[in-house]
Structures are given as structure tokens and as C-alpha cells.
Write a new protein. Sequence first.
Length: 452
Amino acid sequence: MSAASPTAAAKPPPLAPGTIWTIALLTAIYTFAFIDRQILAALAEPIRQDLGLSDTQIGLLGGLAFAFLNAFASLPLARFAEHRGRTGIIAVGITAWSVMTMLCGAAVSYWHLLLARMGVGVGEAVQPAMIALIADKVPAARRASMLAIYNLSIPMGAFAGAAGGGLIASLLDWRWAFVIAGAPGLLLALLFRLTVRDVEQTHSAADVPSTLDVAKHLLGKKSFIHGIGGIMIATFCVFAIMFFLPAWLVRKHGFDFAQAGLTLGLLSSVPAMLSMLAGGFMADRLGRRDLRWYVWLPAIPLALCVPLYLFALPQADWQLALIALILIAFLQYTQTPLLTAITQNMVGNRMRATASALVGIVVNLFSAGLGPWFMGRLSDILTARAYGGNFAADCLVDAPSAACAAASADGLTQAMMAIACLFLWAIFHLLLASRWIRDELNEDPTRPPLRN
């Protein structure tokens, strides 16, 4: 078997204008989706102080509250998209997550905010249909590149959500930040519904493989298990660390909410955008020579992230810490477009939305869901150990002491350093995936598994 497939080395065809518009519009739409998702990280400290919450509760709001229903709603919505088309359900989802984001601003208690965040997660469960729509319109040899462009919505949304959310919280109130973030999605939903059409399918609904068949198809590939597993572990680390980064800046370096949000936004914008673009375009280019680059490429920068995090997080000088964090931001997002590209290149068009949903369930529950929650829980444990007394009784009050503040900063720092070391686990699986990925990406993905 050659290092690259016969189709991998061929020059990909140019994209149609309608395809370019679809990718551009979906990128804009998912930018606002990620604003709605990311803004909570920038608002975590004012919400915690206003509602008297622990780090575990904040981590739950930023993780499982969103991810649990998002994960389990994505599969039925993906099956609907396989049978009935992508665009209609996408427009409904955009409207839903925008409305629920605005309702977060009306929350008067922790439980109200928790329910609203769950609603945002349900609305954003249409993302597998969005990815499938792009894969429908883009040939396999260009998918990693085009999905890298689509994934630019993540750093753009992260910057706008973090910087804008922190600024609005400082000028007005954290509640207004949610309202302002959610409103534009209503207009984008209408524009999408009026201008984007589904790709005409040549198969009937009866030809769509079952969910179980799609799962068996993917799990039968060792490179998928290890490659996607490694990327999901890395994503777990990124979600956990970046969600608590503004809180870390406030506690350890004395930033105010606006400064912390702006810093997160800057780290999550241009460096992350360049990281994602490099990951997608370089993987497509190098993959034409050797398909193992789809898993080798993200392993290299992730290996550099570990010593950089271990240098940056305990730093007393915020400027030195920020320099290292900027370097990390250029490195830790290269795997993001490859998560979807590898998945989509291993399945045919009758399995795309379902495959994306199945991967999304695990990513959302494990990476986006458990990542922030696990970080918050670990931070609470290490903070209580650093304080030595009853931290909950002494420190979760309106005016905590200096000892409480110091313990909170130390506990969060130690938790973030521990999570950063898990990048090594991700690298191990990526290297394992390189043993099989050439053969398994060369297999014909258009041949569906047999229906039960």
C-alpha cells in the first residue's frame, strides 16, 4: 500500500461560489454560537461572586450543563438531517440557541442559569448537520482545509465572547452580556434559511445506514479510535484550562474582569486562528505525501505545550506568563480541524451527520463537559488543601480574606498544571494511530455498512 491514496495526491477541484458562501455563512453563524458558549468563561468570576458559587458549580455551568443535553440531542437531530435534509434543522437550532443565550441574562439563581445553559446546548446540537453540509459540498482532498476555515469561528467567537463579555460586565452587568451576545443569531438564522440549499442526494431515506452501523464502521478502524481519542484528550485539556484562564488571571495576577476577558480573547483569536489554519492546510498538503501526517502533525505542537504550561502557570511575573501562553496558543489548536476531517474522510455521505454526532457526543461529554467540571473539582480540592481550614465556610463569603484569595490562586494554578500534563496521554494515542491510518483512510468510505 502506498503512503498516500491515489485520490489524495490529485489536485482538488475549485469550489463553486455557492459552496464558498455556505462555508462563509456557517463560519459566521458558528462564530456567534461560540460567543454564546465562550462568554460564560469571561463572566465566571462576576457570576460566581454575584450568586456565591464554588468553582465546581462554575465548572458545571461551563461544562456538563451545556454538554450533556448537547451531546444527546445531537444524535436525533443528526438522524433527522440524514433523512430530511440539513438546512431546515440548522435554522431551527440557530434560533433556539440564540434565544436561550438571551434567557441566561434573565437568570436570578444558579438553577435558572443552569437550565438556560442546557437550552443553549440543545440548540447548538445541530452542529453535526452543519459539518455534514460542508462535507457534502467539499471534496475529500480539501475538507481539512475548509473545515479549518470553518473552525476559525472558534477563536473568533472566543475572542468576541471573552473580550466583549468582560467589557460589558464591567460597563453594564453580566446579564446584559448574555442578551447582547444572543440577539444577532436570530438574524443569521433567517439569512441562512433564505440563501442556503441542501445538496441534492441521490439515495433514498431507506438507504441511510443505521446509527449502530455507523458506530460499528468507525469503531472498526483502529486509527479512528486512537487518532480521535488523542485529539479528544487534547481537547479536554484545552477546554479545561482555557475556561478557567480568566479566573486564574484575576486570582493570581490581580487582573480585573475586563482585562482577564480581553486576555483570553486575544489568546483565543489570532494565535488560535493561525494554529487551526496551519493544522488544516498543512495536514491536507502533507497528507498527499503520507496520510500519517493527519496524526503526526498535531502530536508535535502538543508535545511543546507541556513544558510551556509548566513554565507559565507558576510564574509570579504576569508578562513572562503571558509570553508563554501566547506561544501555547499558536500550538494547541492544530488538532481542532483534524477531529472533523478524519471523521468525515472515513465515512460516506449517508453517514456524515450521524458520524459527526457520535463523535460530538463523546467530545461534548468528555472534553467540553467533563473538562471544565474536572478542573473546577480539582481546583476546589487543591484550594481546600492549600487553605488548611474550612474553605467553604470561611471563604465563600462577600469579603474573603487574603489567605482565602491566596489559597484560591494556588489551588487553581496547581490544577491547571496537572491538566496540562495530560497532553502526553493525547500524544501517545496519536502516535499509535499512525500505525493504521494509511490503510484505513485508503479504504473506500462510500461503501456503507450493511443495514440490520
